[in-house]
Design a protein around this ligand. Sequence first.
Ligand code: FAD
Length: 420
Amino acid sequence: MSLCSKSSYDLVIVGAGMVGASLACILDRMPLARPLSILLVESAPIDLDAPPAQPSFDARSTVLSYGTVSYLRELDMWDGLAVSAEPITHIHVSDQGRLGSVLMSSREQGVDALGHVIENRLLGSVFNRALAAAKHLETRSGVLVTGITPQQAGMQVTLGKGDASQVVDASLVVLAEGGRSGLCEKLGIHRVEQPYDQEAIIANVAFSVPHKNVAYERFTVNGPLALLPLPDMDGQHRAALVWTRKGGDAQALIALPENEFLDALQKEFGNRLGMFTRVGQRHSYPLKLVTAEEQVRPGLVLLGNVAHSLHPVAGQGFNLAFRDTMRLAAILAVAHDRGESPGAIDNLQLYLQQTITDQDRTAAFSDYMTQLFSTNHLAAVWLRKFGLFSIDLVMPLRRAFAKRAMGLGEPRVKLDTSTY
Ligand SMILES: Cc1cc2nc3c(=O)[nH]c(=O)nc-3n(C[C@H](O)[C@H](O)[C@H](O)COP(=O)(O)OP(=O)(O)OC[C@H]3O[C@@H](n4cnc5c(N)ncnc54)[C@H](O)[C@@H]3O)c2cc1C
């Protein structure tokens, strides 16, 4: 049985999660003189008539920053997503039991929304449909990449499905497999892990008062808690909860009966959304900061969670990966139009050079927020108080904070590569 149609591709993308699927869709939409031949391999089955099965598109919700949404608009992918996405017009940041708080608004920033919240399974459905409709892309789902071997030029990729296997050549392998399949380790690439000793509880919750498109970020003695506005459903006001707790606490909360869980949440969050009335299925994610020690090699690039996995407190992980993806796509498009191999190390190093500052700044922003707001050490409490007050009072600081949250900290990537 043949697992794909050709024996050689310009690009093999491993993983059709949020990041691999994004790269495939972006490249398919880029105005190239001649198309790249791309194979996208996903181990989970993709069935357009069923909810997405890739782990990226599970019960979570994602904040798409203003920057990501504006790229999706330009790529003509936003209309399909907009119907299911809820705009964030205000971000309210507060510290439990203390006076300091920040309210940022889209009006102050001169935009229609600071970002949008979308449920991952809906995001996945739109991405999977876009993959199915892509003109220059071959997608193989339910197929596992079991090996990647460097060649004189490019890589040899081994695919497997049940008893069948097949080997294909690729000028460039984009590893977007999330970091759990062991391929990185097989290639001898070390990923540095810094556990936070925290887990994120995620669930959809309903409450009695409309959220008015406010995203709440509340820092409590037990860890940060975010409530992200979702579209109303069946007359119920809803938000996506991301509640960070110490590992043991998270499991205990998940095991509570619904009414006790809602009481605990009410106590922690307060009454800004009235009374919590329901909670959907609860899931937990262990949290760690992970960074790969190498992101590019000849014929290889790491993208998304496998390259860097951040704490979700600031909602930056996918947004950062999306900007990485845009930069990589633009560089590959230019290289291809010049007749250069997509896997040429000079271009991959150029990509890394263009993206590393954004990665470092975004990881530092997320890590700083996590460390600062996860401790009750007196110095941190004062810094928080001072920090939130000063951000609230000093306009340039508010702008800087909002700019990073909106994903606008770095120069914009141009999609029309003929202008490069
Ligand atoms: C609780 C939580 C909340 C978050 N909220 C936000 C947010 O609001 N905003 C934000 O920007 N980010 C957020 N993030 C981060 C975001 O979810 C990640 O950045 C994103 O999921 C990374 O996607 P990925 O495609 O790199 O990896 P993955 O989601 O892990 O996808 C990898 C894909 O590769 C496939 N695969 C794996 N191995 C193989 C193989 N050998 N062969 C073929 N296929 C393979 C898998 O099946 C999977 O589909 C959050 C994260 C968490 C944990």
